[in-house]
Design a protein around this ligand. Structure first.
Ligand code: GLC
Length: 519
């Protein structure tokens, strides 16, 4: 399992209210006890923080708020000493507008690095070169008064897009990967990988016929020409070749696309691309047994031969799972995440069941909120600090944290849940332990038994061991029987903590059952 840390909000060690690398190092035992395999850190590089680190001003250094390279090396060694892996966040699509490359690029039309970014003349009447819309709303093009051209930014105007068609850019970005791989990192999560190349002729994107005014402005258009270009696949197989030349390293790509196009990011056996294109379908789908049954089957069917699946339940960009489906179902979600075939990714704090965190207007920080305030899409509520214990500021910091804590932090914190055998945290640990013990749960084959009437039931099989996972996604008791079921089958785990199965799933109940040999 991959555990995502949002460094600003994990643990502060120097009393500025913002998390840092020394803080993460101090909490490594917690992560190790949880039973995960790898940690992915959201960006820790120097940044003006217009998009909280996803605007990188220097790819080969550490943001002073978080520490320095020596501290990073200590953290990496401490991670490795615990047998864990460390993945960094590689942000290839764009830099900060304060990155020296962009400062040079915008200095004049003749600047040697002019073509490192995407500059275009205005359309007639001074309009932007095409209709592309930034993911944060508004045109993707920003006018530069000095040099009288527009530059492209798929996100904020403070995040100009790099021109990946330029071989010098590709070489510079390969150097970035080498810099960290040489230091010993185990791989990367690659930010918005499907965005890195745009159609060479910059045609208008087509209108999205399904767009409605209550959804994000970005979705007015289908991003047909601004994303998922063939060359991006070529460049991602270049990244893979580079990573493979270091041996056992992993690349995870952030990719939001429908199954068929998503699956292409695995590449082919001759030209592999990322090991795992992140699969966000548990986040994006309605929490409904029939829907999830279909999503799981279609995703499994879409995987290329040898393509290893993965499932993501939360992130710093998505609403908290417990806020979305409620606390009782968050336990079902934990069981689902850890019993599906493929690598699970868990976002910090979801193991505590942190739910909705109201953020007062004057505490909001996320630029996505400020660009489209009326839509309620601010991401601050999933970026709040980890509550560790009952001490001041939940043990996160000696100072007021940069974002408010979850309001129930005096009860919902790591130390309380460590002391309570029935807590969600302990349930995550139990599930992770079971997943290690029973290979059927991690690498076993997957077979959907049924997904109707609020119940999602599937079988995992490996070398003679058969485990059945039965989940009730509703609030009514549900009969749950199928051929081969035996009443005395052992219950390995239950979200309600009972441990008997009588043929009925209680409301919000989930079970992992071991079918007896020869059933
Ligand atoms: C990714 C990140 C998100 C960021 C965006 C632009 O989607 O996860 O936080 O805002 O890329 O870099």
């Amino acid at each position: 399992m991959i555990y995502q840390i949002y460094p600003r909000s994990f643990q502060d060690s120097n009393g500025d209210g913002i998390g840092d690398l020394a803080g993460i190092e101090a909490r490594l035992d917690y992560i190790s006890r949880l039973g995960v395999d790898a940690i992915w850190l959201s960006p820790i590089f120097p940044s003006p923080m217009a998009d909280f680190g996803y605007d990188v001003a220097d790819y080969c250094s550490i943001e002073p708020i978080f520490g320095d390279l020596a501290q990073f090396d200590r953290l990496l060694a401490a991670v490795h000493a615990r047998g864990l892996k460390l993945l960094l966040d590689f942000v290839p699509n764009h830099t900060s507008d304060r990155h020296p490359w962009f400062v040079e690029s915008r200095s004049s039309r003749q600047a040697p690095k002019r073509d490192w970014y995407i500059w275009r003349d205005a359309a007639p009447g001074g309009r932007p070169p095409n209709n592309w819309i930034s993911d944060f709303g508004g045109s993707s093009w920003e006018w530069d008064e000095e040099t009288e051209q527009y530059y492209l930014h798929a996100f904020l105007k403070e995040q100009p897009d790099l021109n990946w068609r330029n071989p010098e850019v590709r070489e510079a970005m390969s150097d970035v990967l080498r810099f960290w791989l040489d230091r010993g990192v185990d791989g990367f999560r690659i930010d918005v990988l499907w965005h890195i190349v745009k159609h060479q002729a910059f045609p208008d994107n087509p209108l999205n016929p399904h767009w409605t005014a209550d959804t994000r402005e970005r979705d007015k258009l289908l991003q047909v020409h601004s994303t998922d270009q063939p060359e991006a696949h070529t460049y991602s197989s270049d990244m893979r070749r580079l990573a493979d030349s270091y041996g056992d390293r992993v690349l995870v790509g952030e990719i939001f696309l429908p199954n068929e196009r998503h699956a292409r990011w695995y590449g082919t056996p001759e030209h592999p691309q990322v090991h795992m294109p992140f699969n966000f379908q548990l986040i994006e789908s309605a929490w409904d047994a029939a829907v999830l049954g279909r999503v799981i089957t279609e995703y499994e069917a879409s995987l290329p031969a040898g393509g290893w699946p993965n499932w993501v339940l939360g992130s710093h960009d998505a609403p908290r799972i417990a806020a979305r489906i409620g606390e009782a179902q968050a336990r079902i979600a934990a069981m689902l995440l850890l019993t599906l075939r493929g690598t699970p990714t868990l976002y910090q704090g979801d193991e505590l069941g942190i739910g909705e965190v109201p953020i007062p207007d004057d505490r909001m920080r996320d630029p996505q909120h400020f660009r489209e305030p009326e839509r309620g899409i601010g991401r601050d509520r999933s970026r709040t600090p980890m509550p560790w214990d009952k001490s001041a500021n939940a043990g996160f910091s000696t100072a007021e944290p940069w974002l408010p804590l979850n309001p129930d932090w005096p009860q919902r914190n790591v130390s309380e849940q460590e002391a309570d055998a029935r807590s969600l945290l302990q349930f995550y640990r139990q599930l992770l332990g079971l997943r290690r013990e029973h290979l059927a749960l991690s690498i076993g084959s997957f077979e959907l038994i049924h997904s109707i009437n609020d119940t999602l039931v599937f079988r995992r099989t490996y070398e003679g061991e058969e485990l059945v996972v039965a989940l009730n996604l509703g609030s009514e008791p549900r009969l749950c029987e199928f051929p081969g079921w035996e009443r005395t089958d052992a219950v390995l785990a239950s979200v309600l903590g009972a441990g008997m199965f009588t043929g009925t799933l209680q409301p919000d109940e989930g079970l992992i059952l071991q079918l007896r040999p020869g059933h």
